[in-house]
Structures are given as structure tokens and as C-alpha cells.
Design a protein around this ligand. Structure first.
Ligand SMILES: Nc1ncnc2c1ncn2[C@@H]1O[C@H](COP(=O)(O)OP(=O)(O)OP(=O)(O)O)[C@@H](O)[C@H]1O
Ligand SMILES: [Mg+2]
Length: 218
């Protein structure tokens, strides 16, 4: 699989010959140097970017064959995503950011569940704040709450503890793994944190857009 972003001549080949199968319920850490293609691979797997060649089978669907609307429907309620740049909606409060995807999915108790999820990430006192009024680590936790609140079958997280101090990062890790165990969630986590990688069942390493190591935890 090769992923090209942008139109020619801005085309950049980022991923090459990726062949990766992740089993349901598996937890995978994705490691690699900065620029090795981790976020790009996650974007392809989550259906946020389209590869220029290859197939992407997720939740029984070939993501390369779906249009934007079909992809959005396929993701809704099934796939939670925490991006490296949190992508919170600036005009919505923390609570609204977490609740709105649930509301869109037709859940009637969206705001109650969003409030509980924000409490779980330690932000019970920040529900009414807008993203600009939150620290980087707080914004990251809102993004995590938003990804978890729909109880997704598949969770993608790009450096979910990257902006957090050791204690808060450990608490968030506990939450992610507890949820994954509880719901049998398949989890793909990009991380530079050895402690986080060590908790995953499998470690996949990228270099220059290729998988160079794929190791089950001993
Ligand atoms: N939209 C884009 N257009 C062109 N090139 C891009 C785009 N996004 C990423 N790239 C390039 O693709 C390569 C891989 O980027 P990617 O963001 O996947 O790396 P990464 O492994 O996530 O790095 P980091 O650890 O710094 O987040 C980099 O060389 C980057 O410059
Ligand atoms: Mg990245």
C-alpha cells in the first residue's frame, strides 16, 4: 500500500508495501521515528486518508471503496479516533465536543454520558470550558473522552499521553486499557512512551513508511 497526499506535483509517497492484519481485541503499539509515517498509516486505517493503491479492510468494509459520507457512517459509533492535533471544535465547550458525536449517532443520553466520560478523564470541573480555555493536556483528554464515549469497537490514538505529565498519563493509560479489556476493543496506539508500548500485546515499528518490526509481547 502506498499513500500519496496532495495533488501532483505535490504528491509525496509516504507508505510503501504495508501489510498489516490486526485481530479483533488486539492492542497494538505503533512506534517509529518522527516522520516515519505513523500518523499517515493511522489516517489510512481510520478512513481519514485514502491510499493511492491497496486495500484497507476495516470492520468488514473496504474503506478504499467508500465515499466520504459512507466512511463517516462506517466510523460512527464503531471507531474512536484521538488525533495528534486534537481537532476539537473551537466554538463548542468540552461537554459539547464530547456529546455531539453521540447526539449525531441518535443517542438520547448523549450529554449525561459525555459528562461521565469527562469525569473519567479528570475533567469534571472543565465541562463548560472552550478548547482555547483549556491546557494542551486538558484538550488531549477531551479528545480522549470524545473517542471513548461511543464505546467504539476500534480505537485509534495518536500519542494519547504525549501532552500529559507522568501521573496523568498513567491514569489515562489505565483508562484506555481498562476500556479495551472491558469492551474487547481493538486498539492501535501511536506512542514514543515505552511504558505504553509495553502494555500492548503487539509492537509494530515503522521506518521510512515501511514496517521494519512486528513483535508480539513476550
Ligand atoms: N499532508 C501531507 N502532505 C505531504 N506530506 C505529508 C503530509 N502529511 C505528512 N507528510 C509527510 O509524510 C511523512 C510521514 O508523516 P507522519 O505524520 O505520518 O509521520 P509520524 O511518524 O506520525 O511522525 P511524528 O512522530 O513526528 O508525528 C513525513 O515526511 C511528512 O512530512
Ligand atoms: Mg505523527
Amino acid at each position: 500500500m502506498r499513500l500519496a497526499l496532495g495533488k501532483p506535483p505535490a504528491r509525496v509517497d509516504i507508505l510503501h508495501g504495508i501489510d498489516l492484519t490486526v485481530e479483533t481485541g488486539e492492542t497494538v503499539a505503533l512506534l517509529g521515528a518522527s516522520g516515519s509515517g505513523k500518523s499517515s498509516l493511522m489516517a489510512v486505517l481510520a478512513g481519514l486518508e485514502r491510499p493511492s493503491a491497496g486495500e484497507v479492510q476495516v470492520v468488514g468494509l473496504d474503506f478504499t471503496k467508500l465515499d466520504e459520507d459512507a466512511l463517516a457512517v462506517a466510523r460512527r459509533g464503531r471507531i474512536g479516533i484521538v488525533l495528534q492535533a486534537f481537532h476539537l471544535l473551537p466554538t463548542m465547550t468540552a461537554l459539547e465536543n464530547v456529546a455531539v458525536p453521540l447526539e449525531l449517532a441518535g443517542e438520547s443520553d448523549a450529554f449525561d454520558r459525555a459528562r461521565a466520560e469527562l469525569a473519567a478523564v479528570g475533567l469534571a470541573a472543565r465541562t463548560g470550558h472552550y478548547p482555547a480555555q483549556l491546557s494542551g493536556g486538558e484538550q488531549q483528554r477531551v479528545a480522549i473522552a470524545r473517542a471513548l464515549v461511543g464505546r467504539p469497537a476500534l480505537l485509534f490514538a495518536d500519542e494519547p499521553t504525549g501532552n500529559l505529565d507522568t501521573t496523568t498519563g498513567a491514569a489515562i493509560m489505565d483508562l484506555l486499557f481498562a476500556r479495551a479489556a472491558e469492551a474487547g476493543t481493538t486498539m492501535l496506539v501511536i506512542t514514543h512512551d515505552p511504558a505504553l508500548a509495553a502494555r500492548c500485546a503487539r509492537v509494530v515499528e515503522l521506518a521510512d513508511g515501511r514496517i521494519v518490526a512486528d513483535t508480539p509481547r513476550a
